[in-house]
Design a protein around this ligand. Structure first.
Ligand code: XUL
Length: 525
């Protein structure tokens, strides 16, 4: 069998890709958008509304309802699921699911998954990566572990609000009884893999690196960090596994309900960013990837684990071996959407505003694009700031606003990827916004690098399928990338060297304005 299914349970949707390694074709793909297709969960953007903007949780039952829906629609489209040899996949990073008892069987397929999983949950909701409510817990963990430097050295990142360890600590502090009755803590990735296997399966190194609990490089939980986080934590986490580990076979539920072959292998799921590194064909150092999704992320393979002296970026395990660098920006698509909506621009008009109606540097108008609290740099409240002409600051220049949000994001991305220590000549792009030629033009000029979109839209789901094929089908990552991660060369955008000086100046202006904003926000506390 030469077919592999890749899944990606991300913030706003669940996606699937089926690849065939015999023909080097993507044979099927499908998506379930949580907000559109499962409105009953009251999560139009994939998380539950909360009056406190620092709290972002989602209902894990929504994710598995989406799994039932996705598989029934894939089968309904005529995709023969019995031909799948193995399933790999990914989940939004850092989010955690709490179970009172490990998953053990899912029944005969007569009742939906949610009815089997609901009684197992010891916490109704799952904190996700957008949650920034654990500043106190981060400080406590760092103090108990011996300081920020120790946490960075051991885990590859400072204690970070959205990371799973601080979130677990907050749960223990606020609901110690529920924490105590929790017997398994899963990441979104390992939760979906567990459901598919019908048993609780371990966390994989790449995604485990986003917890502030894993000893990067050694590939095991660090006792000092476990102790600094919450009591009895090791027992609630299974020993983590290397990417490429077969963690189980498909549960009977899926065999009976959707026609999977008995024995279909489940390969450990990873985080959406490590998975995208694979799907983008960027597992070796030298190529950076920009993922323009709900969050924007910049990441690249690293031979040795560098860390960010400012404490915003992260070193994770690379699913192909070695390490990867990552910086994540909350103000991605949601910020671009906010500007487009506020100024009444659809996406073609948004691109046109950048390409035809404004010029690089935007006549000196600059936007600090923080429409919601940010993690890179750390901002605890929304503070989008328009700087420049009166008409611009009074928000009466739609075209300039469109350029400004993208330029502001690109300058912020560039400022916060310097720590990776490489000047990238080529940056591969993925995610919804990588279809927008206006956005690609700005990125090429700000980074002075060629921006290369890929043919496949969902790099993370593709990465899942490729990881399954590598683990089970014994194909190499390099060969698989050659077949499945082909650049869309006709859509490549080369930098315009004439814009280099203009953006060097604008970068200085941005860095100064950002330093001022951070100083002001620090005073406000
Ligand atoms: C990475 C991060 C986000 C999520 C989005 O650290 O928090 O990119 O993985 O799904």
């Amino acid at each position: 069998m030469s077919r592999y299914l890749g899944l990606d349970s991300s913030t706003q949707s669940l996606s699937a890709i089926v690849i065939d390694t015999a023909t080097s074709q993507v044979v099927a793909s499908h998506d379930i958008n949580f907000g559109d297709r499962l409105p009953g969960y009251g999560s139009p953007k994939g998380f539950l509304p909360n009056p406190d903007p620092t709290i972002r949780h989602a209902d894990p039952l929504m994710w598995i309802d989406a799994l039932d829906l996705l598989l029934s629609e894939l089968a309904g489209k005529g995709v023969d699921l019995s031909s799948i040899a193995a399933i790999g996949g990914a989940g939004q990073q850092h989010g955690s699911v709490y179970l009172a008892a490990p998953i053990a069987g899912l029944g005969d397929g007569a009742s939906p998954l949610r009815d089997r999983i609901r009684p197992l949950l010891s916490r109704k909701t799952a904190p996700i990566w957008m949650d920034t409510s654990t500043t106190a817990e981060c400080a406590e963990i760092a103090r108990a572990a011996g300081g920020d430097d120790v946490v960075v050295r051991v885990s590859g990142s400072r204690a970070i609000e959205r990371f799973t360890g601080p979130q677990i600590r907050k749960f223990w502090k606020e609901s110690s009884k529920d924490y105590e009755r929790t017997s398994r803590i899963q990441l979104v990735s390992s939760f979906i893999a567990s459901v598919l296997a019908g048993e609780s399966v371990p966390i994989e190194f790449g995604d485990g690196s986003g917890m502030n609990l894993l000893e990067l490089g050694a590939g095991n939980w660090n006792q000092g960090l476990l102790d600094a986080t919450a009591p009895g934590l090791r027992e609630k986490l299974q020993a983590p596994v290397k990417s490429g580990t077969v963690v189980g076979t498909i549960a009977d539920y899926f065999v009976r309900r959707y026609g999977f072959a008995k024995g279909t292998k489940i390969v450990a799921f990873t985080g959406d960013n490590p998975s995208s590194l694979v799907g983008m064909g960027a597992t070796s150092p030298g190529t950076a990837v920009l993922s323009l999704g709900t969050s924007d992320t910049v990441f690249a393979a690293m031979a040795a684990p560098r860390t960010d002296p400012k404490g915003y970026g992260h070193a994770f395990a690379n699913p192909a071996g070695g390490f990867m660098a990552l910086s994540c920006f909350i103000n991605g698509s949601l910020a671009r959407e906010e500007v487009a909506k506020a100024f009444g621009l659809d996406w073609p008009a948004f691109a046109n505003a950048i390409l035809k109606e404004t010029k690089p540097g935007n006549g000196g108008n600059l936007l600090l694009p923080f429409f919601s609290p940010e993690i890179t740099p750390r901002l605890s409240r929304a503070c989008a700031t328009y700087l420049g002409d009166e008409a611009f600051t009074h928000k009466t220049m739609p075209a300039a606003a469109a350029r400004a949000v993208v330029e502001g994001q690109a300058l912020n991305l560039k400022a916060h990827s310097r720590w990776i220590g490489e000047t990238f000549q080529t940056i591969r792009v993925t995610g919804g916004a990588s279809k927008n030629p206006g956005i690609l033009r700005v990125l090429a000029d700000v980074f002075q690098a060629t921006i290369l979109p890929l043919k496949t839209a969902n790099a993370s789901a593709l990465g899942g399928a490729v990881r399954a094929a590598q683990a089970v089908g014994a194909a190499s990552f390099a060969d698989l990338a050659g077949h499945f991660s082909k650049p869309e060369t006709a859509l490549a955008v080369a930098p315009d060297p004439a814009t280099k000086d203009c953006y060097a100046q604008l970068q200085e202006k941005f860095d100064r304005a950002l330093a001022d904003l951070l100083a002001r926000e620090l005073v406000k506390g």
